[in-house]
Design a binder for this molecule. Structure first.
Ligand SMILES: *[C@@H]1O[C@H](CO)[C@@H](O)[C@H](O)[C@H]1NC(C)=O
Length: 369
């Protein structure tokens, strides 16, 4: 305080007008300090008391967020000695994460579904990064990849497993689908995660590492038919029980919940083709109940949805990176403003509210009452 006063005095020597101004400011500030002090500690009216209470709450919240920010900025050392295995590196989040971790010096074991995807990734990265082919629906393929990873990481173990591989089709109103359609998605998005995790667990336990599972904000609120939402709810459930069990081994389990991002999952052509080919298999009676206009509306909103998707995949891979490299990772990460500001809050609301909002935007079936 002393030095600041001296500062004011010096300046008033240089400029009399300014000096007057700052003297007034200072008096004003002293008065408001007195008021604040009075509000917090003096005799107060009812209104002042509640104001003071809110000030305390705001100050505590501020402190909490500062503390959390500080805590979350602690990053692990010796990242360059760590191995991270990522599934689904052909495109999208997995591909970007592999390149980003590789650039940070981490030893990436990238699993791709296709040879072409693996070759492209290798061209874009350092010689540290190694690729393997993996189809998460085939247990032999998973076992082979686990053996491959074990051969590379040896006694060090595996620091990170990122279960990222996933698909979004077949998706349509539930009645348009068969059990097989549901199985296809669940086999990749949920059972794939389970199988890869089980095979990799011994390696992760050895490193007291991290498992990062990519769910979706559709694992918190279910807004369209087909196996996608159930598969993501399943990933949430699997991850939560896994976290309970692995705590004893010092292994952490994190869940990433992205909103709508522009990846193969939300690809317009893929989704349109999916609707059109499913429509062909729909029984006549169901077709009559829904009608062509319903299908056309779905196709139109697919184009709109694709336009609204966030193209900045870094928002998601930043969460994955934090889960893998920070000293104190979060349990859940939601990525994207749509997830943070709409879907996640909606998931906590009474069901009728998201239901009411979403049905405003969905088409009406031909035979709706
Ligand atoms: C994408 O998001 C990251 C934050 O994760 C930000 O630093 C970057 O500027 C964004 N890029 C664009 C093009 O908005």
């Amino acid at each position: 305080m002393k030095s600041r006063e001296r500062g004011y005095k010096n300046r008033s020597h240089e400029d009399a007008d300014l000096g007057k101004c700052s003297a007034e400011n200072q008096r004003g500030r002293a008065a408001s300090c007195r008021e604040l002090f009075h509000l917090l500690f003096g005799k107060r009216s009812k209104l002042q008391q509640s104001l003071a209470m809110w000030l305390y709450v705001a100050a505590l919240l501020g402190l909490y967020f500062l503390f959390r920010r500080y805590r979350e900025q602690q990053i692990l050392g010796n990242l360059i000695e760590k191995y991270v295995f990522i599934t689904g590196c052909d495109s999208g989040f997995g591909n970007l994460l592999a390149r980003k971790l590789d650039a940070r010096g981490i030893r990436v074991l990238a699993a791709c579904l296709t040879q072409q995807g693996a070759e492209k990734l290798k061209e874009a990265t350092s010689e540290r990064l190694q690729t393997t082919l993996l189809d998460v629906t085939q247990t032999e393929s998973v076992a082979r990849a686990a053996k491959w990873a074990k051969g590379i990481v040896g006694d060090k173990g595996l620091w990170g497993l990122v279960n990222n591989a996933g698909v979004s089709v077949p998706t349509a109103p539930n009645e348009w689908l068969t059990k097989e359609d549901f199985k296809k998605i669940i086999d990749i998005n949920l059972l794939g995660v389970v199988d890869v995790t089980i095979h990799m667990l011994p390696l992760i336990r050895r490193a007291k590492g991290r498992i990062v599972n990519v769910a979706s904000v559709m694992g918190r609120i279910s807004l369209f038919g087909g196996g996608y939402c159930p598969s993501k709810y399943g990933v949430e459930a699997f991850s939560d029980s896994l976290r309970l069990e692995l705590d004893a081994f010092g292994v952490k389990v994190c869940i990433i919940e992205p909103g709508y991002f522009r990846t193969a999952i939300t690809n317009e052509k893929l989704l349109s083709d999916n609707f059109q080919s499913l429509w062909k298999q729909v029984p006549e009676e169901t077709k009559k109940a829904y009608g062509e206009p319903y299908l056309n509306h779905m196709l139109d909103s697919t184009i709109k949805m694709q336009k609204d998707c966030n193209p900045n995949l870094s928002l998601v891979t930043d969460c994955m990176e934090h889960a893998l490299t920070s000293v104190y990772p979060r349990t859940r990460y939601s990525a994207g403003w749509d997830a943070k500001l709409f879907f996640l809050p909606m998931s906590y609301m009474p069901t009728w509210l998201p239901h009411w909002i979403v049905t405003r935007t969905y088409p009406k079936p031909a035979q709706s009452f």
